[in-house]
Ligand binder design. Sequence first.
Ligand code: NAD
Ligand code: GLY
Length: 360
Amino acid sequence: MQVLTVNLGDRSYPIYIGEQLLSQPELLCPHIRGRQVCVVTNETVAPLYLDKLCAALSDYQVDTVILPDGESHKTLQVWSSIFDTLLSSRHNRTTTLIALGGGVVGDMTGFAAATYQRGVDFIQIPTTLLSMVDSSVGGKTGVNHPLGKNMIGAFYQPRCVLADTSLLRTLPARELSAGIAEIVKYGLISDYDFFVWLENNMDDLLAGDMTALAYAVKRSCENKADVVAQDEHEGGLRAILNLGHTFGHAIETAQGYGNWLHGEAVAAGMVMAADLSCRRGAISNDELARVIHLLQRANLPVKAPSDMIPTQFMELMGVDKKVLDGRLRLVLLESMGKAIITSDIDAGMLQDTFDACKAD
Ligand code: NAD
Ligand code: GLY
């Protein structure tokens, strides 16, 4: 097992990464302060792993909430159903919420923990690759609004993250690829050596090789923890974690939540960000081709949907959380392995990127 730390002073917390961690209560229990636990999961993950987790929590009052599965259910309405169980089972301020699931469950549970009785403890047990490498770490929680992704939420850190990589054995291939998109992101924004490692090890990741997956989870979490420790509330630097996301969120919103997976939209969005970076002269055509090739090898989309026109992109990108004083800001590449955040965007180049990155 590997143990990393997200360094946030007295709110620092560990990330445990390894196999068969779910059945090791000694990892979880020190992070549970009271006698009550509420496990929030969904209808797909519950039959796979809920009993195992509950068995590890036999010393506690355990209540469970099973949410409907899918991004389309990441709504205020579904989120509020978590409180029905917490209140009817009389959970008090010392309760601990445990998110057992992918990023959707994790984001909604964290946001419920941030607001229940003005804030109770929570633990992240990510079960998808994407949630192990990204969403479970760093304390962004929330739900979608029909007009924009993740528009309602809070920064709220978990007490610990338990990434049991053996849970990835049941993950569908399409979801594994979606997680790889966020992994490639770290290589592009801050870790060129890791990008090269991914070029050399993509086949092992796709084949579900546990050693390769554990390494990718660890390296991704190291990169993310480093950024979060420097800029928890996204005053500046943290925005680099959103490479491709401004384009990607527009795709997700336009296509209807859940039709494009988050990781798929991020992959196409990262190609758009890399394409624009190439037009600005920051990366070469060969480097752009390497980005596209790596994502293609991971079976990810590298073009935006054919039915999305630039004005729709611009309208949806206008509600991005990075917009400042009405000006669009984008995360672009300064070089391979280094990202910048800029509002200095040439409209003509952006138009060319929209044209070049649209599927036929
Ligand atoms: P998800 O939570 O929808 O999970 C993907 C699918 O896999 C679901 O159908 C789920 O039921 C299923 N599943 C989960 N674990 C499984 C397992 N072990 N075996 C079999 N099936 C399993 O999607 P995701 O990709 O994990 O997360 C995407 C969400 O995360 C988006 O809402 C996105 O906005 C959010 N996100 C948040 C952050 C953050 O910092 N908070 C970062 C990135 C993404
Ligand atoms: N996924 C982007 C962030 O955590 O900031």
